[in-house]
Design a protein around this ligand. Sequence first.
Ligand SMILES: NC(=O)c1ccc[n+]([C@@H]2O[C@H](COP(=O)([O-])OP(=O)(O)OC[C@H]3O[C@@H](n4cnc5c(N)ncnc54)[C@H](OP(=O)(O)O)[C@@H]3O)[C@@H](O)[C@H]2O)c1
Length: 303
Amino acid sequence: MKNVLVIGGTGFLGSAIVRELARRPASADCCFTLPTRRRERAKHLLVLPTASIIEADVHDPATLARLMTGQDAVISLVGVLKGGEGEPYGKGFARAHVELPQKIAAAARTAGVRRVLHVSALKAAVDAPSGYLRSKAAGEAVLREAGLDLTLFRPSVIFGAGDSFLTLFARLARIAPFFPLAGANARFQPVWVEDVAAVVADSLLRPETIGATYDLCGPTQYNLRELVSYAVAVAGHPRLVIGLPEAVAWLQAWAMEFIPNGPMTRDNIRSMRVASVCDVGCTLPFGRVATPLEIVAPTYLRG
Ligand SMILES: NC(=O)c1ccc[n+]([C@@H]2O[C@H](COP(=O)([O-])OP(=O)(O)OC[C@H]3O[C@@H](n4cnc5c(N)ncnc54)[C@H](OP(=O)(O)O)[C@@H]3O)[C@@H](O)[C@H]2O)c1
């Protein structure tokens, strides 16, 4: 696995995966190609001698074909939390979670790249309550049916330095006197970004992971109210968290859809109707022990 194309590799999880791979002695002479829509978004990865950042439109089949040439494996990470409304999912979800995997599968087959590692989401299902989760399931199906050497990863919510989850609440706490919270009882089993990155990196070199699907969770289940209360307290701004009734939460999310980069959508609320927890407690493969949130979160939320 000398040449690896990491699509979506400039983001929160992708960056951790590329850093993890670059740290491993087996990757000393590897080359990771990271396409991005905006090169400056990947500035933090320019220091890695094994990573090539390329400004490219991965939705363009000809560009994707060029990127795929000479690769030994592909890691597919593109994901969006806001994809619009629609049945079975909004256009943005269709493009990022279904059409892009279709294009990746086609380009991989043409270029003779068999090994594909794809990051989906825990509880993705065709009958899931949200467009996000339904489109993630459709993307998994596309890749499963493509006959590639596929490994799928389905993490619960991921935390770590640079996350847009606990960090968002910690930031909001600086300006908000209290928290009106949608989905306060929604359940999560947060998993550390470095644990997910290590599992993906391990899988790249383990042929026995071909055909496997890994649900990835941390050691503890929480509801959103507990997570928000914890994050704001650790950040030094303890706040009262008030769970919103469903109708009010729905209205708030609808209003936030009109704000650029608004923190919540109606589809996000639908996603939270299903518990993002692992069925069999804490699960990380290869004998890895999941890192508790309480050990890591204070290191990046404080201050
Ligand atoms: N973070 C979590 O809690 C979590 C939990 C479960 C599953 N996941 C899944 O894990 C994957 C990675 O998540 P993340 O948190 O690392 O996401 P992220 O930080 O938002 O990064 C997303 C990556 O995808 C690229 N991207 C986004 N939209 C795109 C589009 N429309 N076309 C082309 N490229 C696009 C971005 O590239 P640019 O450089 O071009 O911006 C970036 O590299 C996603 O599939 C996500 O659904 C994440």
